[in-house]
Design a protein around this ligand. Structure first.
Ligand SMILES: Cc1ncc(C[n+]2csc(CCOP(=O)(O)OP(=O)(O)O)c2C)c(N)n1
Ligand SMILES: [Mg+2]
Length: 678
């Protein structure tokens, strides 16, 4: 078996390729060649990129886009369009060629000429938001497939609410060998099969090649049997036989299960020597091979040039859905739920969303309950869920621990999508990716729950929420050594630091029930990125009763000013705020006036103006307290600050004892302050 750098001496793909190339030329095969030509030219011009996938899958994509995919290039955000996800994002030129050829705004030939150059919408991998029609960012293999499961689920859930006349579309995915090797694909196809998401179809680019060479180097899965075992319908087709492809796509339309179509393809189809080999995967073919490929296709246009007749055929495919869209717009105009539909698609909260949360905050202020922040989060959800119909959620099998279910939500079940609660199963990664898909689809606001420590199992999808700036709310309970007995495997230590390091994420760690309500308000209002609510298992005493202003909105604030000139400032988050308050009282008794700053969201605090931050943090010596890694705290403590927290993994035991063992106590804070003051 040849490795990535050498060509195999015998390449059986070339004989098959020759036979396929000898078939009669048709308008459809010419349309596919237009995709190939653009992919070859763009990758040659950039001298970087992946020609193999677009060349291999061009015919499958042509059949899908010209005969099955429901869309109107004139309105890329038509809510009832089919969603197309190129999970194998390295094949980005396939998507860019399709968007360009079908006439989407935002993907001109000039853009394609600047493939992979700074500020071109034709970026290395598809980036959601760079051009209309890029439904999701892909590149990390497996993410697109798992995100598509969320899109397909959102479609079913919205159809259950608004009916088929407004919501009736499909989700199509192109996935490669790599997507299906990744672990996340297991979670995604298991969830989709279980929920019977029959309007989801995966077109598998079954080319037996990945970067290292033949996939047989590393994998011998029978994908057909594997998907079938997960409850999918399956078909196998010749990836260059439009009749077979169309028959399989028609089969998918009728299927009562999600459908896998394994399309037997040749990577780099058309390339005279590199076709069928890893050499076609991820680098420019080179002038000779590129010319050979074009000659094999009888393509003699100058680079980046599509003959007028082909261009017309493609543009006609791009407006195939125009009539359907107009009919849909008429149905929407007369629909009794039009206002509500438009509101949720626009992502606007109901006018009254805040009333119940406000009432809850008033109640918290009046009763000052001692509550775990996860329990406070449950109360917020009890208020928010009835007031905000688009809010849907779930947990990765930790519903009773994450406290994410609200009575009356109803659960989503196979074939029944009217409920609002999703039992994701023990699939953190798949759950987070599905949350991204739900958010991308629009019409619903997803929250997803697990233990904070298991964000490690979801992190690549959290990163996608962040890159795409999606409104996904993560409910992450059991936030520190404060979870106690379950021990170090379950006690997050480095997670706050690592997630605070991720751009676009708001990490909230509220100190009491009132801050929890405030942080939830900020999370649900936020439309430009994900929010992580990091919540305690153990009960936390109430710290505040002022509700006139959402004080967490500034990220940090003086919770308790020093009684007298500040001699020290203790800065804490979450469960450590109450320890800091105890230390403040002890210090005051010893004549050391000390302020306590609560810092529930570092990112929001960092956005405040310098003067505000300076006033909050103060000029007195600073002591940071957080039951987590010190990494990052120097930002608030300065060079002379003292940090009290964790420098090792935690330990199993009753939580109060664990805190004492690791020296996160008011006595330790008092001692540190006194030492610092000398
Ligand atoms: C999570 C992840 N791991 C590794 C990569 C690097 N990578 C990009 S494409 C690829 C091979 C993919 O093989 P396949 O899906 O068969 O694509 P083909 O070579 O057939 O185009 C790899 C390993 C990646 N993009 N994402
Ligand atoms: Mg492959």
């Amino acid at each position: 078996m040849a490795g990535p750098t050498e060509l195999p001496t015998d390449n059986p793909a070339l004989a098959r390729q020759a036979a396929i190339l000898a078939r009669p030329v048709t308008p459809a095969s010419r349309m596919a060649d237009a995709i190939r030509a653009l992919a070859i030219d763009a990758v040659e011009a950039a001298n970087s990129g992946h020609p193999g996938l677009p060349m291999g899958m061009a015919d499958v994509a042509t059949t899908l886009w010209t005969r099955f995919l429901k869309f109107d290039a004139a309105d890329p955000s038509w809510p009832d369009r089919d969603r197309f996800v190129l999970s194998a994002g390295h094949g980005s030129m396939l998507l860019y060629a399709l968007l360009h050829l079908t006439g989407f705004p935002g993907m001109t030939i000039e853009d394609i000429k600047r493939f992979r150059q700074l500020h071109s919408p034709a970026a290395g991998h598809p980036e959601h938001g760079e051009a209309p029609g890029i439904e999701t960012t892909t590149g990390p293999l497996g993410q697109g497939l798992a995100t598509a499961v969320g899109m397909a689920l959102a479609e079913r859930m919205l159809a259950a609410r608004f009916g088929k006349s407004l919501v009736d579309h499909r989700t199509w995915v192109i996935a490669g060998d790599g997507d299906l090797m990744e672990g996340i694909s297991h979670e995604a196809i298991g969830l989709a099969g279980h929920l019977r998401l029959n309007k989801l179809t995966v077109l598998f680019d079954d080319n037996h090649i990945s970067i290292d060479g033949d996939t047989a180097l590393a994998v011998s899965d029978d994908q057909i049997k594997r998907f079938a075992a997960h409850g999918w319908a399956t078909k196998r087709v010749d990836g260059y036989d439009p009749a077979q492809i169309a028959a399989a796509l028609s089969f998918a339309l009728r299927s009562k299960k999600p459908t896998l179509i394994a399309c037997r393809t040749i990577i780099g189809f058309g390339a005279p020597t590199k076709a069928g080999t890893a050499a076609a995967h991820g680098s420019a073919l080179g002038p000779k091979e590129a010319a050979g490929a074009k000659a094999a296709m009888h393509w003699d246009e100058p680079p980046f040039t599509i003959p007028g007749d082909l261009s017309q055929l493609w543009l006609a495919a791009g407006s195939r859905g125009a009539g359907g869209r107009r009919a849909w717009l008429k149905r929407l105009a007369h629909h009794t739920m039009r206002g509500e539909f438009e509101r949720v698609i626009d992502g606007k909260l109901p006018e009254t969303w805040h009333e119940a949360v406000h009432a809850l905050k008033a109640e918290i202020a009046a009763t000052k309950p001692k509550l775990a922040s996860r329990a406070a989060s449950q109360k917020v959800l009890d208020a928010l869920v009835p007031a905000t119909p688009e809010l849907v959620g779930g947990s990765a099998d930790l519903t009773g621990s994450n406290l994410t279910f609200v009575k009356g939500m109803g659960t989503v079940a196979p074939g029944n999508y009217g409920g609002r609660y999703i039992h994701f199963g023990i699939r953190e990664h798949g759950m987070a990716a599905a949350g991204n898909g739900i958010a991308l689809h629009r019409g619903l606001i997803p929250y997803v729950g697990t233990f904070f420590v298991f964000t490690d199992y979801a992190r690549p999808a959290i990163r996608m929420s962040a890159i795409m700036r999606l409104r996904v709310i993560y409910v992450l309970t059991h936030d520190s050594i404060g979870l106690g007995e379950d021990g170090p495997t379950h006690q997050p230590v480095e997670h706050l630091a690592s997630l605070r390091a991720m751009p676009n994420v708001h990490v909230f760690r509220p100190a009491d029930a009132l801050e929890t309500a405030e942080c939830w308000e900020l999370a649900i209002r936020r439309t430009d990125g994900p929010s992580l609510l990091v919540l305690s298992r153990q009960a936390l005493p109430a710290q505040r009763s002022d509700i006139a202003e959402n004080r967490s909105a500034r990220g940090g604030y003086v919770l308790a000013e020093a009684e007298g000139a500040r001699q020290a400032t203790i800065i804490a988050t979450g469960s450590e705020v109450s320890i800091a308050m105890d230390a403040r009282a002890a210090l005051a008794a010893e004549g050391i006036p000390t302020a306590v700053v609560s810092l529930p969201c570092w990112e929001l605090f960092a956005e405040q103006d310098e003067a505000y931050r300076a006033q909050v943090l103060g000029g007195a010596p600073r002591i940071g307290v957080e039951a987590a890694s010190a990494l990052g705290w120097e930002r608030w403590l300065g060079p002379d600050g003292v940090f009290i927290g964790m420098s090792s993994f935690g330990a199993s035991g009753p939580w109060e004892e664990v805190y004492r063992y690791f020296g996160i106590t008011n006595d330790a804070i008092v001692a540190a302050v006194k030492k610092r003051l000398g």
